[in-house]
Design a protein around this ligand. Structure first.
Ligand code: NAP
Length: 242
């Protein structure tokens, strides 16, 4: 694992930050992709370097094709990219579909679907040349629950992430590229329009609590590891029983 170079989009905060720190502990050099929060990205980079790994931070919008190419071009400075974690996501408008604005939904669909596809496309192009690798897509338990009254458009976008995982895994197995998905339940991050949502939904979760970002990161690290060498096309639900 010493030579692993892994790109984590949305690596500056929340689940992505925990993934970066866990991957560093597990021997990965890490490229932190983020949208706007420079200090947060630098904090994660410091933690990765403190663990003895190399780290680059790259500010980008994952829905922009040129940005995605720049992300991968810069990442190559750390070595051959062997891993991608498609994690950068936004919920868009909260509430009933009847009240949702088109612009907010369009942005959520672009970030959660097109952004993942653009990053995966570039990863597949590179990894097919360099001997393979592994991609982990962060979906959501919302993909199968549907999130009525909250964000049906987001659930639909995450269902698309599940579908792209299955299809791309089959398409790229011949290129020694594994593609898997982690589907978290509600996790304590700044993702939620209502910051107290993780506490409010606890009673509806069989384990009685929301998850911690570190509990998602462990699953991602395993899927990127050699221990998961025969695992591809899997959707691993990490949702406290939800
Ligand atoms: P978060 O705390 O809001 O962090 C989002 C991260 O993504 C930040 O680093 C942000 O960068 C980055 N980002 C957002 N849009 C981007 C874009 N267009 N281009 C590049 N970077 C972008 O979110 P989170 O809770 O950690 O969620 C991470 C993933 O898990 C998402 O895909 C989300 O859908 C999924 N998920 C979350 C939960 C949950 O309960 N939290 C549950 C299930 C699934 P800046 O800070 O610089 O803007």
């Amino acid at each position: 694992m010493q030579q692993s170079v892994t790109i984590v989009t949305g690596g500056s905060r929340g689940i992505g930050a925990a993934i970066c720190e866990r991957l560093a502990a597990d021997g990965h050099h890490v490229v932190v992709g983020y949208r706007s929060d420079d200090p947060a990205a630098e904090r994660v980079a410091s933690a990765v370097r403190a663990a003895g790994r190399k780290c680059l931070t790259v500010r980008l919008d994952t829905v922009n094709e040129e940005d995605v190419d720049r992300l991968f071009d810069l990442a190559a400075q750390l070595g051959t990219v062997t891993g991608l974690v498609n994690n950068a996501g936004v919920s868009g408008p909260n509430g009933r579909l009847a009240d949702a604005d088109a612009g907010g939904m369009r942005r959520a669909l672009e970030v959660n679907v097109l952004g993942y596809l653009l990053c995966a496309r570039r990863a597949v192009r590179d990894m097919s040349r360099t001997g393979g690798g592994a991609i982990v897509n962060i979906s959501s338990a919302a993909a199968t629950i549907g999130s009525p009254g909250q964000y049906v458009h987001y659930a639909a976008a995450k269902a698309a992430v599940d579908a792209m995982t299955v299809g791309l895994a089959k398409e790229t197995a011949v290129n020694s590229i594994r593609v898997n998905c982690v589907a978290p339940g509600t996790v304590w991050t700044e993702f939620h329009a209502d910051p107290e949502r993780p506490a409010k939904v606890a009673a509806s979760i069989p384990m009685g609590r929301a998850g911690r970002p570190t509990e998602i990161a462990g699953a991602v690290s395993w899927l990127l590891s050699d221990d998961a060498a025969y695992t591809t096309g899997a959707i691993l639900r990490v949702a406290g029983g939800l």
